[in-house]
Design a protein around this ligand. Sequence first.
Ligand SMILES: C[S@@+](CC[C@H](N)C(=O)[O-])C[C@H]1O[C@@H](n2cnc3c(N)ncnc32)[C@H](O)[C@@H]1O
Length: 211
Amino acid sequence: MYNDFQNFWDKKWDKVDQIWPTLFALKTMDFLWEKRWVLLDVWSWAWRDSLYFAEKWFQVESFDFSQKALEHLKNYANKWWLSINTTLWDIKSYEFVNEKYNIIYSCNSLHYFSSNDTKEIFEKLKKSLKQGWLMFVRVKWENDSEFWKWEMLEENYFKNWEDLKHFFSIDYIKSLFSDFEIMYIEEVSENHNKINWWVVKSSFIDIFWKK
Ligand SMILES: C[S@@+](CC[C@H](N)C(=O)[O-])C[C@H]1O[C@@H](n2cnc3c(N)ncnc32)[C@H](O)[C@@H]1O
């Protein structure tokens, strides 16, 4: 059943134009040398990074709980003769196949949950990655300018009308993956392109791990 947070995203993705892949996607390419690997994009938004990786010959599986997001993605993929598998589901109740993916990619996506849910979701994703393979994550950093203005639900977790945001610290994100090898970690503040060419300065933590 659709919940309020899904409706919030469907409204957002109702009318959007094609935009460029994120700078984060371009950055991960320095670590990806073979293009036919199975890549999970958690989650697609309205397509941009999923299409970018599919164009580069990755076998892309795109996961999102917004019907609109996945509809747009499928339309673009058909138009460009690209093959992308999509799954429409809420990540909180989804069970991923164990040891399935070579790459798990998540840009600006895994920062919507309470601490308990965040831990469970990361555990599920970790299990679905093959041993020896790679996970790339970009989440909001606690230094992001907006967060202190919002209603606090728990430490570093905020609500702003229908929107939710969990802001990460370096220590917190490291603690979620103490059993993985960190290949790269950086705090970044950069222009992030939003829907319809709107650009805002945002602060993130970028982290790349090996299982
Ligand atoms: C900011 S967008 C993702 C950004 C995208 N990776 C990018 O940078 O282009 C967040 C997406 O998360 C999806 N989402 C949020 N909570 C979710 C959940 N519990 N399960 C599945 N998808 C979810 C929303 O539908 C939305 O498309």
